[in-house]
Design a binder for this molecule. Structure first.
Ligand code: SAM
Length: 250
């Protein structure tokens, strides 16, 4: 009988994988992995394991998603341990819940292994805590790729003390304009953390009324809120060294 593990690979660096995830990966017969899973993490699978890149191509999401489900079932017929490896936490976006339901409905044995979500870990390792007493009493995590230009869907999130937006780079101008329209102040600090925790991490700090024009590339986590200023304070304490180097210390 095969077990399919839906595993969170964490935000990138292999040190940020859970011990449980590393143990399961080490005995995987097949690993189906997403685009944001680093080579360093994949290297933990045993020699001879089938490594299948199922990172979705632009515009072909539905087709590839159907293929992933087929491949999972096919691998389960041939291997005792199948790993569906997803970036960050497997249930934070990325369709993990749909895959879980699909497999459970077909009576596969499924186990979920949580991972460190980029929504919290990436800002944190860039010197931006998502909450802080007296600064931010809570945070909201939303996807930016559903931005349709309508403010209604953002009303619930616009005034979260800290707003963390994943998959928002392409729509950053629309997101910023929408938050301004909903009353968020133009001088609210905003950070984009590109390729967080990886050796080529890059951090761009700006303000909300300038965020639309920021030069930034996906994948990045966008953080809106006063907590962004903590990074600067930590930087000052570190003798002016850019905190962008933190990732390389891991
Ligand atoms: C499909 S979502 C998956 C999120 C993932 N399940 C998690 O919990 O981190 C992909 C988005 O997560 C963010 N992301 C994931 N890993 C990242 C990293 N290392 N650096 C920056 N952003 C990252 C980006 O916003 C990216 O577009």
């Amino acid at each position: 009988m095969s077990t399919i593990y839906i595993v969170g690979a964490g935000p990138g660096s292999a040190d940020l994988l859970t011990v449980r995830a590393a143990r399961i990966l080490a005995r995987a017969g097949a690993v189906l992995y997403d685009r944001l899973v680093s080579a360093e993490v994949l290297a933990l699978a045993p020699e001879g394991a089938e490594l299948i890149d199922v990172g979705k191509q632009e515009g072909r999401q539905e087709e590839i998603q159907a293929l992933i489900l087929e491949l999972l079932e096919d691998c389960a017929a041939r291997h005792a341990t199948v790993v569906r490896l997803k970036g960050g936490d497997p249930m934070v976006f990325g369709r993990g819940a749909e895959e879980w339901l699909h497999l459970a409905e077909r009576e596969y044995e499924v186990e979920v292994v949580p991972g460190l979500s980029s929504a919290v870990a990436v800002p944190e390792l860039a010197g931006i805590p998502v909450t802080m007493r007296g600064v931010a009493a809570g945070f909201a995590v939303v996807t930016g790729n559903r931005m349709s230009g309508q403010s209604q869907q953002w009303e619930a999130y616009a005034h979260a003390d800290t707003l963390v937006i994943l998959m928002g780079v392409a729509k950053r101008a629309e997101i910023a304009a929408c938050l301004l329209r909903l009353g968020r102040a133009g001088d609210t600090p905003v950070a984009f953390i590109e390729r967080g925790t990886l050796a080529d991490e890059r951090v761009v700090v700006t303000r909300l009324d300038e965020a639309g024009g920021a030069e930034v590339h996906a994948p990045a986590v966008m953080v809106v809120g006063e907590v962004v200023r903590v990074r600067e304070r930590l930087g000052d304490l570190a003798g002016g060294h850019a905190l962008v180097d933190l990732a390389s210390l891991l």
